[in-house]
Design a protein around this ligand. Structure first.
Ligand code: GTP
Ligand code: MG
Length: 344
């Protein structure tokens, strides 16, 4: 059971807030670093076109969604001009020949095609910048969810700060690596956005539920509706809660840890950012997992599907410890990050 938290002092909230803001300023890349990413992309595109004449490369993921770190990987999606989609067999054979081609690129190392994954990719390492990256094909939904996340980030700067804090927290607690059985950064970002939508008053709206008229517009991609309201300039007149939440990021961060440890019933409910109303695990027939996070567009995709029971417990323990650490007043601004403090 959860220990009760001591009273939170205003002084401590100030400290907590500073820690959160510091996390953002320490880890966010600057314009220059974002420019470097675009430069690598253009160079790769030119190179790839030697063999794939109509190839178009696009960055997605955290290079574009507003929650990137200096050392975040380069997520690249490739499409071929004049070709709408690609079948699985073709996809694997292109990935393999793309890997052979990239091996000849002098600036890259460790080229590795991964054709058994749900989304086949070629991994690479960019020597000069020490950035890792991968190229996938026709990963169109990921491009759309990247834009959706970027829109949420643009609504309120606290969204950005909290998503950074969450990612740092996940990395430090070793619960943020999907390739090692935990959850992806993307999953944690969805958890932050859901919390901010459910806060009272909410910090952000549900963009997928704002539209003119009675019926939600349909914009189909791979069979899923990727519509969301992206005219952010007119959000103040379209969303009655606009500007009503005035909490600091420090308060919100502690609020988030408390929400997922004290309020949110993982057994009953789905972390779901596409609707304001609570969605149940029963509705989705996703009752065999404890942490259930629905992708905002691919509604068959549960981001928590790959979690073992052991990993689920490990993640929940990290949140419980986080609640205690960030919810217990200290007198001064910590000089080091929690990983170096005695976190567990
Ligand atoms: P970092 O690289 O850790 O900074 O964050 P990231 O957001 O780039 O995460 P990652 O590299 O793991 O994934 C890249 C992008 O792929 C995400 O931003 C999403 O757009 C997309 N993505 C990742 N995982 C999934 C998934 O399980 N389902 C879907 N539909 N998209 C995903
Ligand atoms: Mg990434």
């Amino acid at each position: 059971q959860l220990d009760p938290l001591p009273p939170i002092t205003p002084e401590f909230l100030t400290i907590l807030n500073k820690v959160c803001e510091q996390c953002y300023t320490d880890f966010a890349p600057d314009e220059l670093e974002l420019g470097v990413r675009e430069h690598i992309l253009r160079d790769l595109e030119t190179f790839v076109r030697r063999q794939f004449a109509g190839a178009q490369l696009q960055l997605f993921g955290s290079s574009k969604n507003g929650f990137g770190f200096r050392q975040s990987d380069l997520d690249i999606c490739m499409v071929l001009e004049g070709q709408e989609t690609i079948d699985d067999v073709n996809c694997i054979s292109i990935i393999e020949s793309l890997a052979r081609l990239l091996k000849k690129h002098p600036g890259l190392k460790n080229i590795l095609p991964i054709t058994t994954a749900k989304v086949p990719i070629v991994k690479f390492y960019h020597v000069r910048t020490s950035l890792e990256g991968d190229i996938s094909l026709y990963n169109t939904l990921a491009l759309h969810n990247t834009h959706l996340l970027a829109s949420y980030a643009a609504i309120d700067w606290r969204v950005k700060v909290l998503c950074y804090v969450m990612k740092v927290f996940a990395k430090m607690c070793d619960i943020g690596d999907a390739s090692r059985g935990s959850l992806s950064s993307y999953a944690y970002t969805l958890m932050v956005l859901f919390f901010l939508q459910q806060r009272n008053p909410p910090v952000i709206p549900v963009l997928q539920e704002i539209y003119d008229g009675k019926k939600k517009p349909e914009v189909l991609v791979d069979g899923w509706n990727v519509y969301y309201f992206d005219d952010l300039k007119s959000l103040p007149s379209r969303w009655p809660h606009y500007g009503r939440n005035t909490e600091t990021v420090g308060e919100l961060w502690l609020g988030l840890l408390r929400f997922y440890t004290e309020d949110f019933d993982f057994r009953e409910h789905v972390v779901c950012i596409r609707q304001q109303a609570r969605l149940t695990t029963f509705n989705k027939q996703w009752t065999s997992k404890y942490i259930v996070i629905e992708d905002p567009f691919d509604l068959n995709h549960n981001l928590g599907a790959g979690l073992s029971r052991k990993m689920t417990n490990f993640i929940m323990k990290a949140f419980i410890n986080g609640r205690r650490v960030f919810g217990t007043p200290v007198r001064a601004f910590p000089a080091v990050y929690p990983s170096q403090m005695e976190f567990f």
